[in-house]
Design a protein around this ligand. Structure first.
Ligand SMILES: NC(=O)C1=CN([C@@H]2O[C@H](COP(=O)(O)OP(=O)(O)OC[C@H]3O[C@@H](n4cnc5c(N)ncnc54)[C@H](O)[C@@H]3O)[C@@H](O)[C@H]2O)C=CC1
Ligand SMILES: O=C(O)[C@@H]1CCC=N1
Length: 257
């Protein structure tokens, strides 16, 4: 996720690769970050923090306690901390890093790599208006960014944080359908991906209700209603609702561990 964000920020000219310094104890991960982003990397997190104004914490939630404990002496009120970890509450950070820590908790998603991210963020008590503006600009540069209350961030995680994976599965399955109906695989995947992209753009750009847009595709006695009937029989809507709820609950669990 950190590499997707860094690459997206550089591509959008929010910053230059030289302004990003990534810490990772694993050599292979450092090498892959460096070759993906053109940025500098370091083995030591302390070195990264000493040289940085904004610290993005992007380790797995299960590792966050260990990492913040290791770094607590290096982070003070002068640094802005941005956590992108699923589930981990702001209070968990301030308990370790101190109550005056400036922190913003963000839930981004991987399409920020291509400027189409969806992120939401919540401010810690010590975060300033400038911190909020910086985080908003950073994530809005690579997609959309919404400020929400922290209590909603696990729901955001279940929807848009994990959501690209749902989209990829849908594209793969639609492509399978196209192949079943006789299309070459590459054509089927391109058509499936562009169709979901087009549907998403219509929702965002027309402001019309998705149900209204769906009705406009659906001719009486036509092909679309024949397909939609299968979706309803298969329970797609209920499955998607349960999918988001399951992932949101898992985010909450991860934050408690
Ligand atoms: N993958 C995704 O789509 C999204 C992930 N996130 C969050 O981003 C965080 C990272 O997730 P991924 O990128 O998927 O995991 P990942 O496993 O791909 O990346 C984590 C990186 O942390 C490094 N690391 C391990 N120990 C470290 C330490 N002590 N200090 C510094 N770096 C260390 C690893 O070598 C690895 O490169 C998680 O907290 C996750 O909840 C948030 C939104 C979306
Ligand atoms: O699967 C995960 O836990 C992370 C958080 C959101 C997307 N990926």
């Amino acid at each position: 996720m950190a590499a997707a964000l860094a690459k997206g920020l550089v591509a959008a000219e929010f910053c230059k690769p030289a302004q990003i310094l990534a810490g990772d104890p694993i050599e292979a991960s450092r090498n892959s970050f460096q070759s993906a982003t053109g940025s500098t990397v370091a083995e030591s997190n302390s070195e990264v923090i000493a040289k940085s104004d904004v610290i993005v914490l992007a380790v797995k939630p299960q590792m966050m306690a260990e990492v913040t404990t290791e770094l607590k002496g290096d982070i003070d009120h002068a640094k802005l901390v941005v956590s992108i970890a699923a589930g981990v509450p702001i209070a968990t950070f301030t308990r370790t890093l101190g109550g005056d820590c400036r922190i913003v908790r963000v839930m981004p998603n991987t399409p920020c790599l291509v400027g189409a991210g969806a992120a939401a963020y919540a401010l810690g008590g010590q975060a300033t208006d400038d911190d909020a503006a910086l985080v908003e600009a950073m994530f809005a540069t690579v997609g959309i960014a919404e400020q929400v209350s922290e209590s909603l961030l696990d729901a955001v995680t279940g929807l848009s944080g994990s959501g690209p994976a749902y989209g990829f599965e849908m594209i793969e399955a639609l492509s399978d359908g196209g192949v079943a109906a006789g299309l070459p695989r590459e054509t089927a995947t391109r058509l499936a991906a562009q169709t979901l992209l087009g549907a998403a753009k219509m929702v965002l750009e027309t402001g019309e209700h998705p149900g209204q847009l769906k009705d406009a595709v659906t001719s009486p006695g036509g092909t679309t209603i024949a397909g939609l009937r299968e979706l309803e029989t298969g329970g797609l809507r209920g499955v998607l609702i349960d999918t988001v709820l399951a992932a949101s609950r898992r985010a909450t669990e991860l934050g408690q561990s």
